[in-house]
Design a protein around this ligand. Structure first.
Ligand code: SAM
Length: 388
């Protein structure tokens, strides 16, 4: 989840999380902290934001999210029972406790923010200190005495990639996962589609044309700039989506690399299902929880709409999938919308095509730069924005 105050949070003047005090809870002396690289300012602010209870409350109360992880752990119980698990970014420790209850022999619960202190108390209060070792530190810095059978992590930010936590999970995979080990979630897919949202456009842009009978149209250009300069996190419905989605990126967590994460470019081509003004593009994601040998639903980027339906239909209630799609139950991730300054009218079956690049910001790798090109009906729109 995105700490909504990621950027604006005031620094408390405290330094990096105290790695040297990161003793294991319980009787284990197995876990520790290795030679830690210095914590950069952006990471300090990032971890600071996760020491606030509110963000953990929002995540845990998101039942779609928390149930999906619980279902996934139980579905893979045979891989967890009697095994060693690494929980990357355990927060309050909820997923570690789920794994311990599913029979894990040991769970290394790694958390860089101060919430690790409470996670350790929670483990104690639930009599799990023999199984769960809470380590207050960055996964990049910890030193475990053993390799692990399972890595679990809830790393997904808004628009999947925001926050850039996935590289930490990939780091843990390369350093600590035994060959053939399980990663939960195993696959992630980021979708995109043009959307129409006349109500939203009217309330933020057209609103200024007549306010209490006063012509405030002078504010319209500012309103257009304001609406379109940053991605907007909001909930839309399936009725706002005007084409079948395109796959922006399908990530196989068993093979994806941090290098690939730095910049991702995809070409898309979709066809409008209706006559409508396009107000922008919506992005949402799904994650799947598959074993190393199981295939993923693996959406190719040149997605055939029928394939999406078939894949969704083929899923049984046994499948552990966490979806943030507009047509599914809302989650705290909502959808991410990139609004255009002005709508573009499209007809039914009109082709909308272009490319999107999402890259980690150089100024702060937790932030994203987004470059979108869209051509339809002879018009081309180029949009650059940052997700900070
Ligand atoms: C989205 S929260 C999930 C928390 C918890 N697993 C849950 O499901 O409720 C991600 C957590 O990972 C922690 N985190 C992010 N990167 C980390 C890293 N490199 N090392 C340790 N903890 C990290 C954050 O501080 C945050 O508490």
């Amino acid at each position: 989840m995105l700490p909504s105050h990621l950027n604006g949070h005031s620094a408390l003047g405290r330094g990096r999380p105290r790695l040297s005090a990161a003793a294991a809870s319980g009787d284990f002396a197995a876990a520790g902290i290795g030679a830690a690289a210095p914590l950069e300012e952006h990471d300090r602010i990032y971890f600071q934001s996760y020491s606030h209870l509110g963000i953990h409350e929002a995540m845990i109360k998101d039942r779609v999210r928390t149930d999906a992880y619980h279902t996934a752990i139980m579905r893979h119980q045979k891989f967890v029972e009697g095994k060693v698990v690494l929980d990357v970014g355990c927060g309050t420790g909820i997923l570690s406790v789920f794994c311990a209850r599913a029979g894990a022999k040991r769970v290394y619960a790694i958390e860089a923010s101060e919430i690790a202190v409470q996670a350790r108390e929670i483990v104690k209060a639930n009599n799990l200190t023999d199984q769960v070792v809470v380590i207050h530190g960055r996964v990049e810095d910890v030193d475990l005495e053993e390799k692990v059978d399972v890595i679990i992590s809830e790393w997904m930010g808004y628009m999947l990639l925001y926050e850039s936590m996935l590289p930490s999970v990939l780091f843990a995979r390369d350093k600590w996962l035994k060959p053939g080990g399980l990663i939960l979630p195993s696959h992630a897919t980021l979708f995109m589609a043009p959307i129409t949202n006349p109500e939203r456009y009217e309330s933020s842009v057209d609103f200024w044309r007549d306010v209490y009978g006063i012509n405030m149209s002078a504010l319209v250009p500012l309103a257009k700039k304001f609406t379109s300069e940053e991605p907007s996190i909001e909930t839309i419905g399936g009725e706002n989506v005007i084409s079948w989605p395109a796959v922006f990126k399908h990530i196989d967590c068993y093979n994806f690399t941090a290098e690939e994460f730095k910049s991702i470019t995809t070409k898309y081509k979709v066809s409008s299902m209706m006559l409508a003004p396009i107000h922008g593009f919506g992005f949402w994601f799904e994650v799947e929880f598959n074993g190393p040998a199981e295939s993923s639903h693996n959406f190719p980027s040149n997605l055939d709409p029928l394939e999406i339906i078939q894949k969704k239909r083929r899923r049984s209630s046994e499948d552990a999938v966490l979806s943030t799609a507009p047509e599914d139950e809302p989650t705290h991730w909502q959808q991410t919308i990139l609004y255009f300054p002005d709508p573009i009218e499209v007809k039914q079956d009109q082709i909308i095509e272009g490319s999107v690049t999402v890259s980690q910001s150089e100024e702060n790798p937790r932030f994203l730069n987004i470059h979108l090109e869209c051509t339809t009906g002879g018009q081309t729109l180029v949009k650059d924005c940052a997700m900070r």
